[in-house]
Design a protein around this ligand. Structure first.
Ligand code: CA
Length: 230
């Protein structure tokens, strides 16, 4: 599925140019020329990335950005802020308001596209890749296959989802509760020891033949995929 991008920009030629080029890159683009309209759209659905002009009628980009960061639904939304040259002093303000990146007009389209790609990669690494590779472990999300050093590993469906979940954010420590939510789903009530059981099975499958254990137990906290495992 292609990533969705909302453009909030009141200069029509620029909006048209951005839309044209982003669509040519395969993104699903929506646009608006007003800040207040952008806010309404974002309440209806959250795109994968927002390109936000600094000065917009209805509601300024900076105020919209601040509001978006206060809502849990849009707290992590990648935002690229656009502004006119000479507003460098605002740069710091823009970033402190919560924009992820900042581009000064006039900018080149390839530069913007590169920033968009970089930000989407950073924000959603696992949503884009069909294959996750860390160290000698390769997880193919499409074929539902895991290989280690080229050998197929045999994981149960829960162990597969657990490994995928951990590999998406290597180094990040997840509590048992977070793992239950992320892997089993929020509506399921299970004892937290269930997580330990499946981590144990996963370790057994992944560590087949005495290979190093990529899963780290963090005492009192939970588990993580070892970041130093390469
Ligand atoms: Ca403007």
């Amino acid at each position: 599925m292609s990533a969705g991008i909302l453009i909030a920009e009141d200069e029509e030629p620029l909006r048209v140019l951005l839309r044209y080029n982003l669509e040519a890159e395969g993104y699903a683009v929506e646009e608006t020329d007003r800040g207040d309209e952008a806010e309404l759209k974002l309440r209806e659905s959250v795109p994968d990335l927002l390109i936000l002009d600094w000065m917009l009628p209805g509601l300024s980009g900076i105020e919209l950005c601040r509001r978006l960061r206060q809502r849990p639904e849009t707290r992590g939304l990648p935002i690229i802020m656009l502004t006119a040259r000479g507003e460098e002093a605002d740069r710091v303000r823009g970033l402190s308001t919560g924009a992820d990146d900042y581009i000064v007009k006039p900018f080149s389209v390839p530069e913007l596209l590169a920033r968009v790609r970089a930000l989407l990669r950073r924000a959603k690494p696992a949503e884009i890749a069909d294959r996750l590779t860390l160290g000698d472990i390769e997880l193919d999300r499409v074929q539902h296959r895991v290989r280690r050093a080229g050998q197929d590993l045999h994981l149960g469906p829960t162990e597969f989802r657990l490994l995928e979940f951990l590999m998406r954010q290597p180094g990040r420590v997840f509590s048992r509760e977070q793992l239950l939510d992320g892997v089993w789903g929020r509506d399921v009530y299970l004892d937290e020891r269930t997580v330990d059981v499946h981590v144990g099975r996963l370790r057994k499958a992944v560590g087949h033949g005495g290979a190093p254990d990529p899963i780290r137990t963090v005492r009192g906290s939970g588990y993580s995929f070892d970041e130093t495992f390469r």
